[in-house]
Design a protein around this ligand. Structure first.
Ligand SMILES: Cc1ncc(COP(=O)(O)O)c(C=O)c1O
Length: 354
């Protein structure tokens, strides 16, 4: 499929001071769009000016949430070039999400080509300051105008781009986590291992309550026994426990994070044993009190790693690593961002130049 290139006649004003960039608030001049109709497949691929869509009020996405998305970043490298980090992994996960929600998969090679083409046009939007990046949001929505719970016969797939500031502008601030004993994020057989909007809508209430209680994020326990650690906020979670890295296994209820996968590989190469196993909330809190739990950190595209300084479960609160960022967390952060920004070699070929 060819990609039609439409001109941009009115470029947007840019935020010149990169320290003022706020995540997800400003979007670039262009977006990639393609459409799908049953019987015809994907068609009308184009790079067009960023603009609102017109949607029928009956569009299926607006009623039954048939929607998926992805999140990845382009980085301005030390040599001035622009690169993506493991984009094929995100596109593969996009298709996994599509299949789970009965949506049509995209051609992965074509989608990567379209993504790169869009970023080539928008490369001036990739910020230059340390820690900044261009966030990439591929999305697919069901657009058929019909009421009734069924897979849509029409879809819109698009990619939008947003320049983002450094996540750790004010330094590393370990987060305070509330372990929810009431709300759950995902259950076996559900959609927890894919990236659909409904998962995030369902998480809002717990996040709101956590915030009202003074916490930064929610740690989700498993839905069956309400006992085992799954994820934190919208990140995977890892622990340095007895000098091993412990993290929840990929058993269908947590997202298979690209950052998780990369951090585990780097930690393994640094000599750490990786244990993908169930960690109960009791083991976690007891470990924090006994000193067996040395560090805890979330992993995800937005923050890369996010140190956890405090955990609260019911009326029990524990502090981890004296509420500071642990040495291993810092080492892994530097190793992964070094690869992304080109200050370190990329022995795994994770970087895809634009
Ligand atoms: C629920 C959830 N878990 C984990 C992650 C981390 O995934 P990744 O490292 O691919 O960004 C994300 C972010 O995409 C997420 O939304």
């Amino acid at each position: 499929m060819d990609i039609e290139i439409q001109p941009v006649t009115q470029p947007k004003a840019r935020i010149q001071d990169e320290s003022k960039l706020v995540f997800g608030r400003q979007f670039t001049d262009r977006m990639f769009v393609m459409e799908y109709d049953t019987g015809r497949g994907w068609h009308s691929a184009r790079i067009q000016p960023y603009a609102p869509f017109t949607l029928d009020p009956a569009a299926l996405v607006l009623h039954y949430a048939q929607e998926i998305f992805e999140g990845l970043k382009a980085f301005r490298r030390q040599d001035g070039s622009v690169a993506l980090f493991r984009p094929a992994d995100n596109i593969r996960r996009f298709n996994k999400s599509a299949r789970r929600l009965c949506m049509p998969p995209v051609d992965e090679a074509f989608f990567l080509k379209a993504l790169k083409e869009l970023i080539r046009f928008e490369s001036d939007w990739v910020p230059h300051s340390e820690g900044t990046s261009l966030y990439i949001r591929p999305t697919m929505i069901a657009t058929e105008a019909v009421l009734g719970v069924k897979p849509s016969d029409k879809y819109l797939c698009y990619i939008i781009l947003s320049p983002v500031g450094a996540y750790y502008k004010g330094g590393f601030k370990p987060v305070k986590i509330w372990i929810s004993d009431h709300y759950i994020r995902s259950a076996p057989g559900g959609t927890g291992e894919v990236k659909c909007g409904g998962n995030y809508a369902a998480s809002l209430r717990a996040a709101k309550e956590a915030s009202e209680k003074g916490f930064d994020q929610v740690l989700w326990l498993d839905a069956v026994e309400r006992k085992y650690v799954e994820e934190v906020g919208s990140m995977n979670i890892c622990f340095l426990y007895d000098d091993k890295i412990v993290t929840s296994p990929l058993h269908g209820t947590i997202l298979n994070g690209v950052t998780r996968r990369s951090i585990l590989q780097l930690a393994n190469e640094m000599g750490y044993t990786i244990e993908e196993r169930a960690m109960s909330v009791d083991e976690l809190l007891d470990g924090a009190e006994s000193g067996r739990l040395k560090e805890a950190f979330g992993t995800g595209t937005a923050a890369v790693v996010s140190p956890v300084g405090q955990l609260t479960y019911k009326d029990r609160t524990v502090t981890i690593a004296d509420g500071q960022m642990g040495a291993l967390t810092m080492k892994l952060y530097k190793a992964l961002t070094g690869i992304q920004y080109g200050t370190q070699p990329d022995p795994h070929s994770w970087i895809e130049k634009i």
